[in-house]
Design a protein around this ligand. Sequence first.
Ligand code: FES
Ligand code: FES
Length: 386
Amino acid sequence: MTIVGFTLNGVPVSSDVKPRTHLGDFLRDGQRLSGTHLGCEHGVCGACTVQINGAPARSCLTLAVACGGAEVTTIEGFDQDPVMADLREAFTAHHGLQCGFCTPGMLITARDIVLRFPDADEQTIRRELSGNLCRCTGYVGIVNAIASVIEKRSERTEVPTAGVREPAMAFATFEPVAPTAADPRPVPASTHAAADNTALRPGWTRFDETFVIRKPRAVVWELFNDVRRVASCLPGVEVTSCDDSSVKGRMVTKLGPISASFAGSAMITRDAPNWSGTIVGAGSDGGSGSRTRGEITYKLEPINQDEATRVDISVQYNLQGPLAQFSRSSLAQEFARQLVTRFAANCSAQLGGDPSTTATNGSLHVGGLLWLVLSAWLKRIFGRSP
Ligand code: FES
Ligand code: FES
């Protein structure tokens, strides 16, 4: 058992929880907050959606022990919220529920849509709602209810702004790690000075990573300029065509029950005097109907008299469609972190540098990577591997 403390519906709570208890069970069984419903418990249906640090999140995919210090709000915590009051009324008026099983999660996502997209049209509402499934209503009433609240708010001269936020990583607290002689592997260390300090775009998620390759900067720069070589270092990425400034390809990835194959293209610009570059791209997954846009900036800095190179990477992306909720979960951030770790190791191996790193052939070893993600996540929480 581990003691965890966080703010639940505005009230501090502290409790002993088992390491593998997810937040949904903790809320329902430990706190008697049965408004949070559990459906699939695989992150698919959205019935268990709660708000963590201002962003909707799947409570079935969140370990209770990972919530230390967080602000968690369940459907019960929105009793006095004016936006939720409008939504409850609208769901009733527009027949936005039948059995009500999906309704708590639906309302929390709906509130997020209303606050983040004050001009949302039907298409936007349906897209943002696509992570919440309803087996009864056919969605028409739900969409109409949300649209009516958006319209009502736009007619008011003053609208409540409490709760408006920019989506951000919920628990992106990676500790900076410096390479040591004892452990010379290229290790990612995020929250480093980013390659680029551009502001976070509304609705986008950003993470910054840093890793070290034990080769001079010019050698690493040459690798980064070779699109096919650098793509082969990214697990799951396959380049179908490329030239100096553009690339087309696909990325296959799988997380739990969700698999996606994003096909897309990107433009590459390089700033040689500053040893930096930018990749701007977009892609879509035909299977799930999810779409993503993203921008990666990188900068190379020499360290140890140019014996090694520090690579600062900043990634901003926007994910829309059924996979959108995963882009803001701590598990997704850990997944991205592990991807960068693999990328760093593969770059090093490509350059024939570090024998302790292992190159992959460009395919994503899903099971292994997922295990790495969970392992690292739990290790940070408990200070040991599962
Ligand atoms: S119960 Fe969590 S997404 Fe279905
Ligand atoms: S109202 Fe029954 S699942 Fe949505």
